[in-house]
Design a protein around this ligand. Structure first.
Ligand code: G
Ligand code: G
Ligand code: MN
Ligand code: NA
Length: 254
């Protein structure tokens, strides 16, 4: 009930942190990136999951300042890691539909990239299919505007929504993230295994890269490797980690 009021205060006090979940190259196992995932440090309730507060934030508009904070924080974090000699990883962040449609987003991206001197092709915006569904002309123009600044787009939770193949063709998406509900029962469940194979082949034939989410077993990893999946993410690879713990993970790569 008081979530919205608490959230408003959290925005003012910057009571959020980002955790980073590693993403590896499927063929080599090399660390290539991380997904930034927001956490809310609530004074009484402890860490609150985004599943609980992002829908509230979208409802009341607070997602705009929160999303701006996430973007700024990712860009700042990337610069600091590079300055400390860590490898140039590709950082991905979730962009909500409300934030994506905000008039000021392309300008914000421009400002932050200039301010932090971020190299091209180092950031990925994860959007869901629902974002592509409203007003296609505007959506496409906006994606192009943002992509011109070197940012890539990944289609998150692929397979769970309307998953129209025409979206993949029509919009300038670079990466498809196969939802973890399809990966979970692979390779034993033949239906899921067939679907995952079909998504990978279709994405590749359209020139897109594929990230499998929710990879939890070595068997799943080998299955995905055999299918030529590009990137892996999931508890087998690593859980989301606080920034300093993630930095420790990168240290041997320096
Ligand atoms: O990390 P976790 O499993 O708790 O994330 C739950 C959900 O919250 C995921 O669907 C994820 O996409 C979403 N999420 C995590 N971080 C962010 C964020 O910074 N912005 C938005 N809009 N969604 C996020
Ligand atoms: O919707 P999105 O893909 O952004 O959701 C990411 C969420 O998935 C994160 O909250 C993260 O904690 C969760 N997650 C990441 N890897 C795994 C995994 O291997 N298994 C399960 N069950 N959840 C995962
Ligand atoms: Mn995501
Ligand atoms: Na997802």
């Amino acid at each position: 009930v008081h979530l919205e009021a608490d959230l408003r205060m959290a925005v003012e006090q910057r009571a959020f942190e980002l955790h980073y979940q590693p993403i590896v190259d499927c063929a080599s196992g090399a660390l290539v990136g991380a997904e930034a995932l927001i956490r809310w440090k609530h004074p009484e309730r402890g860490m609150i999951s985004p599943l609980e507060f992002i829908p509230v934030a979208e409802e009341c508009g607070l997602i705009v300042p929160i999303g701006e904070w996430v973007l700024r924080e990712v860009v700042r974090q990337r610069r600091d890691w590079l300055a400390r000699g860590h490898p140039p990883l590709r950082l991905t962040l979730n962009v909500s539909g409300v934030q994506f449609r905000e008039a000021g987003l392309p300008e914000l991206v421009r400002t932050l990239l200039a301010e932090f001197g971020t190299a091209r092709s180092s950031l990925v915006f994860e959007i869901t299919e629902s974002v592509l569904m409203g007003g296609s002309e505007n959506v496409e123009a906006r994606m192009c505007d943002i992509k011109e600044q070197g940012i890539c787009f990944a289609l998150d939770d692929f397979g769970t929504g309307f998953s129209s193949l025409s979206y993949l063709k029509r919009f300038p998406v670079d990466i498809v993230k196969i939802d973890r509900s399809f990966v979970r029962d692979c390779p034993d469940d033949r239906n899921d295994a067939t679907l995952v194979e079909a998504i990978i082949n279709m994405a590749h034939s359209l020139g897109l890269r594929v990230t499998a989410e929710g990879v939890e077993s070595a068997e799943q990893r080998e299955f995905l490797r055999a299918l030529g999946c590009d990137y892996l993410q999931g508890y087998l690879i690593g859980k989301p980690l606080a920034a300093d713990a993630f930095e420790a993970l990168m240290a041997p790569l320096r």
